[in-house]
Write a protein that binds this ligand. Structure first.
Ligand SMILES: [Zn+2]
Length: 151
């Protein structure tokens, strides 16, 4: 047998995962090889510490303390939600106000009326057309055509 066994072989040996004949040959080698013996001790120590870590016994109150911590977290979340909800309401209110202002503003802004001033420059030739359509507040397309033709 070669001097050094692979770590995989030694690991399988420590875990009793080798066949009976392989177990026997590895055991024979390890007993006569300080280097492999040390490796086996390291592997056994690692397994022991893993087993110790896995067998931690939780206190009886563990479940309750977890539940209490979760409940506390939920309460903090609800408290935190308060200002968040308030801020959301303010944003909604501001949106409504801006919308209302825009609506009222466009309602109050006078729409440009097509008036006679736009078509008459005060010249004497305008007077006939002015007499015809001047009394109207708004001009239709036909009025404008008549005014243009009668100049
Ligand atoms: Zn060896």
């Amino acid at each position: 047998m070669k001097h050094k066994l692979s770590e995989r072989q030694l690991s399988a040996y420590v875990d009793n995962e080798l066949s009976e004949s392989d177990m026997q040959s590895v055991r024979t080698h390890v007993e006569g090889c300080a280097q492999c013996q040390q490796q086996v001790q390291v592997l056994r120590a690692i397994r022991m510490s893993i087993r110790d870590a896995a067998s931690v016994v939780l206190p009886d109150t563990f479940v309750y303390s977890v539940q209490r911590a979760v409940r506390q977290q939920e309460q903090e979340y609800v408290i935190w939600l308060g200002p968040e909800r308030f801020a959301r309401n303010i944003v909604v209110a501001l949106c409504v106000i801006v919308f209302a202002l825009v609506a009222v503003g466009s309602y109050l802004t006078p729409q440009p009326v097509v008036g006679e001033e736009r078509y008459f420059s005060g010249e004497p030739s305008d007077s006939a057309a002015h007499a015809v359509i001047g009394i109207q507040h708004e001009l239709s397309k036909d009025d404008v055509m008549i005014a243009a033709l009668s100049r």
